[in-house]
Design a protein around this ligand. Structure first.
Ligand code: FES
Length: 103
């Protein structure tokens, strides 16, 4: 890896040694399971919803940047652990989101 590539990855917050697995390395998820993973230089939250649907979203809450992967699955929604906002993954909207930019 050259110095410019390393600098760009650093600016993106990518640390290949941070222990976050690549999405291709994940074991199948059980219903209700939510984990953090990496897709290239992007950190994502991967979840198996109650319906069995597998979803992958950016691991950044639209409310205030909390990690979605620190939250939990509630039916067909992901709940951010930081302030409890609920992300409807089908449409990217938030519930309990008085000032959510995606509303
Ligand atoms: S940062 Fe996610 S609910 Fe506030």
């Amino acid at each position: 890896m050259g110095p410019i590539t390393a600098q760009l990855l650093h600016e993106l917050g990518y640390d290949p040694d941070d222990g976050v697995p690549d999405v291709s390395e994940l074991e199948p998820l059980a219903i209700g399971e939510l984990v953090r993973a990496r897709a290239g230089a992007t950190t994502v939250a991967v979840a198996r919803l109650a319906s069995g649907k597998l979803v992958v979203v950016a691991d950044e809450c639209p409310h205030d940047g909390g990690r979605i992967s620190d939250g939990y699955v509630d039916g067909e929604r992901l709940v951010c652990a930081r302030h409890g906002w609920e992300l409807e993954v089908e449409n990217g909207r938030c519930r309990k989101a008085g000032s959510c930019p995606r509303r």
